[in-house]
Design a binder for this molecule. Structure first.
Ligand SMILES: Nc1ncnc2c1ncn2[C@@H]1O[C@H](COP(=O)(O)OP(=O)(O)OP(=O)(O)O)[C@@H](O)[C@H]1O
Ligand SMILES: [Mg+2]
Length: 898
């Protein structure tokens, strides 16, 4: 980062200066047939027609057939598919066909579901699409206009302005830069930001601006960019989030279980019944029976439905579907203060000298620094604090006329001060304004000694966080001479006691709820050498400026709602602990003892995890502090969300389980976030959390019901397989039964959520789920075995000869009826089961029962290998089912209250 003191003073942003980069920048522009004033709109349109839109080819959604092929790679489908191949190899055509139908149905459902989810997600993304700041001219003779343009419309030759937080929208050649550093992790994997200082340097699409600013000209767009050439884009491994841990974790455990089942069945029947390989189709059928083949479909549908509901309200956009599940699991939400809890529209409140007396001169110096940082750093979006200072100073009638900026070094992530080097024309005379109400003119600078030449006096103005400015000060302005008010460039040396007193003054201002900036100045020799942060030394403290930042109107309500939902909120800010604590109190959040960056640095990972769990406010955080706190909370076992809007939040957005960004966040933060709040209303977050929990609830209900009945069936099948001389269920029957189950379960997506979704985070715990599955699977198996007993009894007494077909019919009916019972009793949480099921669920369960009772009796029955049963069977089965229902209800009460 180098200052460029020899750059001509800037008065406006759109003057097309070339700065230090001289001919090189011009050459770059010429090579792209552009100029410093940008393209004309007509030329840009012509180029857009020639080069096409600036879209990243990797962003195009996959075609349907491709999606279909990809869903074959899903673990369940893959296992089913291989089981199908084994059956085909053994010429067990029945089983092979069953499996082929199951695989096709689940792939088609899944591919359509995903296709639809993706299409709406793409449409949603458009709502928060990125724009770029370009400089164009309406027509040839017109002056250039700087405006926001959707990135797709950028063309080679466009002149683009970059500010911190911007995503580089295309491959750019830099024209001029001020302290520019960019993050190129997407391209190089290099996590440290790289400095870019030379004109002609390439700045690649996909990188993001960390600090500083720049003007560049677009060299390549769309498919011609280097990033597009480097496809497929590898974003590096993501830490497994709650979704991967629970849903995927459960899926993989089941896959392993299924893979074990087939060999186990083979070995058992070989040992116990002396059977050989002919049992293989049966073994395969058992493994198929265990598969929750609809899980991927249910997951996609549940999440996509939730995301669509949220988007329809125009409130929340879920950019990555699993993030909706994770949002429901969040138990700690870290929030950035400025711009998120507050409006980031600070208003000047007061300026005081080191003694605490009102002093407009301090505001004036701060405004001078703000003005020249804005001009020289060419920030497309002005800094809110700087704007507020300028407005206030202008209102008081000053204005920085006469003072000329030479160089500026803006603040950025981890840098809490901004400074400007200005030249005060030599003719100005002392007469420092008497801290009274009359406007202080820029010329009212107390005589500065030394460094005055024909070119005037060079003054370095530094403003920023009180601690950071104070530590660079060696003197403090004093009003010792009384008459002229406090001096600025001279003052007296700072004693240790002075430092403590001044720090306390800043703290007091912060605790009154103000954002505080300390202002310091120093005279500098009129040197031409480069200036760097190291030159911000030996300053004289001029005083403090306090600004008031209103709270976001919905913040307090949002925090209350989240607390009611069992989500603990923590505030992570770059601001002063006092300001942050005060804001928290006003929002109804107990700030406790704030933890500052210094303490975070001093703590080891384990200690930080402990500290973080009981702290509410983390202040003076640089980006890496925010990320470290988030990681510490995750290590401590919390599912952690992060809500932030700025470049300084980027690392934390990446580190969190769920990154959330308000709509006004900088583009790079929106791009990093999993969830974007589309409206200003922060309470939407509470609704999004509940929606996430509902989606997880649907997935959990599906898993609970399917896994316990599947396990029950498998146990029953194994037992019957070993006892009976025939297969207890034919492959075609497995298919019909599975299809009926699957179709009925889709109705669960319409179920009412359990009341607990409002109370606490929903997490699918694989271990708890498997315990549930074992207990209820055994219960289910007991009902099946009792049915076998009933069947044996009735068939013997009826003297039936078609034992096998009657057995199949009896078990089929009982299976569908128990499934309907299980659905009604095990659907959502404990309280939902007590209430009446909604219509779709009632229809689905009735449907199951009807099919179960009538199908074996219908003409389809014989085709599927089932025969009618004596009436006695139905009577006895009713007894079995009643007992099963009672046992289920009792067990459910115990299991779900635990
Ligand atoms: N334009 C500016 N000029 C001088 N100092 C600034 C400027 N902007 C910010 N600072 C200083 O840097 C500090 C940190 O700023 P940063 O942007 O990291 O966080 P923040 O905006 O205060 O809070 P949050 O992290 O909640 O968004 C500010 O508190 C302020 O002291
Ligand atoms: Mg912020």
């Amino acid at each position: 980062m180098a200052w460029a003191p020899d750059r001509p003073a800037a008065r406006g942003r759109a003057t097309g200066r070339n700065g230090t980069t001289g001919t090189t920048a011009l050459e770059v522009l010429r090579a792209l047939e552009s100029g410093p004033r940008g393209l004309t709109e007509a030329e840009a349109d012509a180029r857009l027609a020639r080069h096409g839109e600036n879209v990243f080819p990797g962003r195009c959604p996959d075609a349907w057939p491709r999606r279909f092929a990809r869903s074959l790679r899903d673990p369940f489908t893959a296992v089913l598919f291989s089981l199908g191949l084994v059956s085909a190899a053994l010429a067990a055509w029945g089983t092979a066909c069953v499996i082929a139908v199951l695989v096709t149905v689940s792939c088609v459902l899944r591919a359509t579901g995903e296709h639809r989810a993706d299409r709406s997600a793409a449409a949603l993304r458009e709502l928060v699409a990125a724009t770029a700041t370009v400089r164009r001219r309406p027509a040839e003779p017109d002056a250039p206009v700087t405006r926001e343009l959707p990135v797709e419309q950028l063309v080679p030759g466009d002149v683009v302005l970059l500010a911190p937080g911007d995503l580089v929208p295309a491959d750019l050649r830099l024209l001029r830069t001020t302290g520019l550093t960019v993050h190129e992790a997407a391209l190089t994997g290099e996590s440290a930001p790289a400095a870019k200082g030379t004109a002609g340097d390439l700045c690649l699409q996909g990188s993001s601006v960390v600090s500083g600013s720049a003007t560049g000209v677009v060299a390549a767009t769309g498919a011609d960019t280097i990033l597009s050439g480097a496809l497929p884009q590898d974003r590096g491994p993501r830490l497994p989030g709650p979704f991967d841990r629970s849903v995927n974790g459960i899926a993989w455990t089941l896959v392993r279980f299924m893979l074990l089942t087939a060999p186990l069945v083979l070995v058992a029947s070989a040992l116990l019944r002396g059977r050989g390989l002919e049992t293989l189709p049966f073994a395969v059928a058992v493994a198929v029976g265990l598969t929750p083949e609809m899980l991927p479909v249910v997951v996609t549908t549940a999440l996509a439905r939730g995301a669509a509901l949220l988007a329809r309200g125009g409130e929340v956009i879920v950019r990555r579907l699993p993030a909706l599940h994770d949002l429901g699991a969040v138990d700690v939400l870290c929030v950035d203060k400025t711009g998120t809890l507050t409006q980031d529209r600070p208003v000047f409140d007061r300026a005081v000298d080191p003694e605490g007396r009102e002093d407009p001169a301090v505001l004036h110096w701060a405004a001078v620094a703000a003005l020249w940082t804005l001009h020289l750093a060419e920030l497309p979006a002005p800094d809110a604090l700087d704007e507020a200072l300028l407005d206030a100073d202008e209102e008081r009638g000053s204005g920085a006329d006469g003072v000329e900026g030479v160089a500026a070094l803006p603040c950025g992530p981890g840098r809490r001060i901004a400074s400007a080097l200005v030249r005060v024309p030599g003719g100005y005379e002392p007469g420092y304004g008497p801290g009274g109400p009359e406007p202080v003119l820029p010329g009212n600078v107390r005589t500065l000694t030394g460094g005055r030449g024909p070119a005037g006096t060079y003054v370095l103005v530094v403003k920023g966080a009180a601690e950071d400015v104070l530590e660079r000060c060696t003197r403090v302005a004093d009003g010792a001479d009384g008459t002229d008010g406090p001096g600025v460039a001279d003052g007296r040396p700072l004693s240790t006691a002075d430092r403590a007193r001044l720090a306390a003054r800043a703290d007091a201002l912060a605790e009154s709820g103000l954002r505080v900036l300390a202002v310091a100045v120093a005279e500098r020799p009129a040197s031409t050498g480069p200036y760097a942060p190291e030159d911000e030394q030996e300053l004289t403290l001029a005083g403090f400026v306090g600004l008031r930042d209103a709270l976001a109107p919905t913040a307090a309500e949002a925090l209350t709602v989240l607390a009611g939902h069992g989500v603990a909120v923590k505030v992570l800010t770059g601001d002063h602990p006092g300001t942050a604590a005060r804001a928290c109190r006003e929002l109804g959040l107990d700030p406790g003892e704030p933890l500052t960056a210094a303490r975070i640095d001093a703590a080891g990972d384990a200690e930080l995890a402990r500290l973080a769990a009981r702290t509410t406010v983390f202040a003076r955080c640089a980006p890496e502090h925010k990320a470290r706190v988030v990681r510490a909370l995750r290590t401590a076992g919390h599912t952690t969300g992060f809500l932030g809007d700025g470049v300084n939040d980027l690392a934390a957005l990446h580190a969190a389980d769920v990154g959330i960004c308000p709509r006004d966040g900088v583009p790079v933060a929106r791009e990093a976030a999993d969830v974007v709040l589309a409206s200003k209303d922060l309470t939407a977050l509470g609704r999004a959390v509940v929606t996430g929990r509902r989606s997880t609830g649907h997935i959990a209900a599906y898993l609970r019901i399917t896994l316990s009945s599947n396990l029950g069936n498998v146990i029953a099948m194994l037992t019957a397989g070993l006892l009976l001389p025939f297969l207890p269920m034919l492959p075609a029957q497995v298919l019909v039964q599975n299809l009926c189950f699957d179709a009925a379960q889709l109705s669960l997506a319409f179920d009412r959520p359990a009341a607990t979704v409002h109370e606490r985070p929903t997490v699918l715990r694989p271990r708890a789920l498997f315990r549930f599955m074992t207990a209820f699977g055994l219960l289910n198996a007991a009902a099946d075995l009792a049915t076998f007993g009933v069947l044996a009894l009735t068939l013997r007494s009826a003297g039936s000869t078609g034992g096998q077909t009657a057995f199949h019919a009896g078990w089929f009916t009982e299976n569908l009826l128990t499934q309907a019972l299980v659905m009604l009793l095990l659907r959502a949480g404990r309280d939902a089961a007590e209430r009446r099921a909604p219509l779709p669920v009632r229809l689905a369960t009735t449907g199951l029962a009807v099919v179960g009772l009538l199908l074996p009796l219908s003409p389809l029955g014989p085709a599927l290998g089932m025969a009618a049963l004596p009436p006695l069977y139905y009577g006895l089965m009713a007894v079995v089912l009643t007992l099963y229902g009672a046992a289920l209800a009792a067990a459910r009460k115990r299991a779900l209250t635990q």
